[in-house]
Structures are given as C-alpha cells and as structure tokens.
Design a protein around this ligand. Structure first.
Ligand SMILES: [Cu+2]
Length: 178
C-alpha cells in the first residue's frame, strides 16, 4: 500500500455542518501512511482543496472535482455525469452522489438499473463500501449512497447501466482526489 501521495494539506472550509477548519501547519511529507492519514482525517476532518465544475473533456481524468462529466459510456450508448453531495469530495467519509444519465442524443435516461463501484487501478483495490443506488429521482438523476474513498489518488468509478429498453453499457468516470 505504499503510495506516492502528495501530502499537501490545504486548510479548507468544511462542509456539512462541520466547524470551520482551523489553519494547521502542513503535515510532514512522505512519511504519512495513507491508512493512518485516512484514520486521522476521520477524527480530525480535513478536506482537500479541489476544483469544482464540469470539465469539458470527456476522457481526461477529472481533477478532484465535486462534479464532473458527462463522459461517454464505452460504446457511446449513454452519457454519465456526477455530482457529490459533499464538496470537495471527502476522504474516508461516507457521502452521497447524484448520477445523471442521458442517452447518446442527450435525452434523460429514466428507469435504468445501475451498479456503481470504485477502484484504484494502480493499487488494485476497490472502495471500502458497496455503493447502492437508492432512488431514481427522475429526469435522468439517480441517488447513490455509500460512496467512500479511503485514499487520495487516481480512482475510477464504474457505472454499469441497464436501460429499460434492454440496452446496456458501462461508463467509467476517472477521478483524481488530490
Ligand atoms: Cu489506493
């Protein structure tokens, strides 16, 4: 689990009713174990700085945003965008996402069956949770609960999509958590 993670802690406003984060000295570089850091982040929440907004690119990794996409699914059958309820995307905290699905021609995809999972391909591990789609919100929006990232770095979120008309495809959202 060694990882060349950057330890650039950035004092940040904490969301979700947490108190304003106090300014802290930067954590020591290169000696912080990611798991220990994640545990520390749980007791002393510190969210990373990150951009937000919808990048135009559909294939480049999304640089730690709280929202992104749309990206095309692998066979260009669907398009998928996401928004995290917690911004910036937190480390080691369960939070909720909303996925927005469209057909290739831009119509909202309602009534789809989705499976969501996440992985860090370079580390060959997944998320510590199994996210669940808990609501079809209409208009192509779906609520996903149980999102949790235990490490900073490069993630891939895989969305397995089965449309009511029988079409299916897989979309991959690439994400960098700084
Ligand atoms: Cu990892």
């Amino acid at each position: 689990m060694s990882s060349p993670l950057r330890r650039a802690w950035i004092p940040a406003l904490l969301l979700g009713g947490l108190l304003l984060a106090a300014c802290r000295a930067p954590a020591p570089t290169s000696t912080v174990d990611p798991v220990a850091a994640a545990t520390s982040a749980m007791t002393t929440p510190q969210l990373s700085g990150a951009q937000s907004g919808f990048p135009a690119a559909t294939t480049a990794p999304l640089a730690g945003p709280a929202a992104g996409g749309p990206v095309d699914s692998s066979r260009q059958v669907f398009r998928v965008a996401f928004r995290s309820a917690a911004a910036p995307i937190p480390i080691n905290r369960i939070h909720e996402w909303t996925l927005h699905l469209e057909t290739a021609d831009g119509r909202p995809l309602e009534g789809a069956t989705l499976k969501v999972s996440g992985s860090m391909p370079a580390h060959r591990h997944g998320m510590p949770t199994e996210p669940k789609v808990t609501a079809d919100l209409g208009g192509g929006d779906y609520r996903v609960e149980g999102m949790k990232f235990q490490m900073r770095g490069d993630w891939e979120i895989t969305v397995d999509i089965a449309a009511p008309d029988g079409q299916s495809d897989i979309a991959t959202l690439k994400l960098v958590l700084p």
